[in-house]
Design a protein around this ligand. Sequence first.
Ligand SMILES: C[S@@+](CC[C@H](N)C(=O)[O-])C[C@H]1O[C@@H](n2cnc3c(N)ncnc32)[C@H](O)[C@@H]1O
Length: 155
Amino acid sequence: MKIHLIFVGKTVFPEMEAGIQRYLDRLRHYASVEVHVVKPEKIGKRADEESVKVTEGQRILKLPAPQDVLIAWDERGRQMDSPSFAALLGRIQESARDLWMVVGGPLGLSEEVRQKANHILALSKMTLPHDLARLVVAEQLYRAFTILRGEPYHK
Ligand SMILES: C[S@@+](CC[C@H](N)C(=O)[O-])C[C@H]1O[C@@H](n2cnc3c(N)ncnc32)[C@H](O)[C@@H]1O
């Protein structure tokens, strides 16, 4: 299973980017990981927010192949604990399908992305800035692999 992370636009805060890279480097001891940065749409004062999400969504959905698994991160999604998330990853790994995970931009993900996703997962019910959501996703992926291997990181 290869893991693909789709981010909309660059990470804004350098300290967040450093944290994301730190966890992705750790994660690469367990899995092949690739980050895909999708071009963000400009959000102007009079921008039609729905069309921004739709255009970004079309860019996102061009990336995974039909047989791949797509997880959309969204505050309205299903919450799970870290062992359950690890178990989900374990099942996807066994299916030998590639895994794609998408974190939306400042306006979030389009309805089409949410509909096409195999799973919509929430990190909490609170809305996180997209930089922080990326960092938490990277850490939870790393944590999940340590859980699957029975390593002591997860306490
Ligand atoms: C600033 S949030 C977008 C908020 C937007 N109002 C919405 O309705 O989705 C940017 C992205 O961060 C991720 N995100 C933020 N909070 C999250 C949470 N609690 N759980 C999962 N993902 C979250 C989602 O991928 C979201 O599209």
